[in-house]
Design a protein around this ligand. Structure first.
Ligand code: 9D3
Length: 244
């Protein structure tokens, strides 16, 4: 059974090229995923096909009207019965790999993209199942968020990554620590050498080097992840043996 994604968006032309041009295109050809788009503008009620209006109470910008968005979501529900309807919104909960795994188990998703200053709150409150943000920065609309969800969910599905090791490794390591550095040929590039231990053939030493690098990087770049990693298990005698 293939995983079905439906994207509700005023800009369906933004979705297809990324899907077609990435590993998702291969997954689709292999019958592992399907991606559809539905445009709320097709459900506008006036001859100008209006989908936005000024905010009640005043303020800058425009708000997406509820009815065209609702009709588009209902059309997707009727046609494809998505397991969950998710509104991409800067005010939603943050996307994490744990959430990606939860979504991957559902089999189908409808991803609703806002534009302008946002969507009418009654859609957020009464129509969708949840709201999701992809990070604490401001995007122009939900489309990049929807693509992030499609990409992250798809790569967890069996068979999507050609090499099964990648998927297994990823799901196993999750994001508890940052990755170690990677190098390929040449062994000296513009005066910069590959760390000699990687050329030593000593697999235990290589594993140790990489683990130390992951910890050092995580500590300096992602103190939030480092605190969780260090705190995993017993808080007075960490099972990972780290004391700094
Ligand atoms: C002035 C207040 N802005 C909220 C931070 C208004 C606003 C800006 C940008 C409302 C919507 C948007 C469009 N962004 C998204 O639809 C969006 C988003 C994002 O901006 N950041 C991270 N994740 C997401 S998911 C959808």
């Amino acid at each position: 059974m293939s995983f079905r994604f439906d994207v509700v968006t005023l800009f369906p032309e933004l979705i297809e090229p990324y899907v077609a041009g990435s590993i998702l295109g291969r997954a689709r050809k292999a019958g592992l995923i399907e991606v559809g788009s539905t445009n709320p503008r097709d459900y506008a009620e006036d001859r100008h096909r209006t989908v936005d209006d000024a905010p009640f109470g005043g303020g800058a910008g425009m708000v997406m009207m509820p009815e065209p968005l609702f009709q588009a979501i209902e059309a997707v529900r009727a046609a494809h019965r998505p397991a969950r309807v998710i509104l991409l919104s800067p005010g939603g909960r943050l996307l994490t790999q744990d959430l990606v795994r939860e979504y991957a188990a559902l089999g189908s998703l409808c991803l609703v993209c806002g534009r302008y200053e946002g969507v009418d709150e009654r859609i957020a409150e009464h129509v969708v199942d949840e709201q999701l943000s992809v990070g604490d920065y401001v995007l122009t609309g939900g489309e990049l968020g929807a693509l992030a969800v499609i990409d992250a969910v798809s790569r967890t599905l069996p068979g999507v990554l050609g090499n099964a090791v990648g998927a297994e490794e990823e799901s196993f390591t999750g994001v508890s620590l940052l990755e170690h550095a990677q190098y390929t040929r040449p062994r000296e590039w513009r005066g910069h050498e590959v760390p000699p231990v990687l050329l030593s053939g000593d697999h235990a030493a290589i594993a140790r080097h990489r683990q130390e690098e992951r910890e050092a990087r995580t500590r300096s770049r992602r103190p939030d992840l480092w605190a969780r990693y260090r705190g995993a298990g017993d808080d007075e005698a960490p099972s990972n043996g780290k004391t700094t």
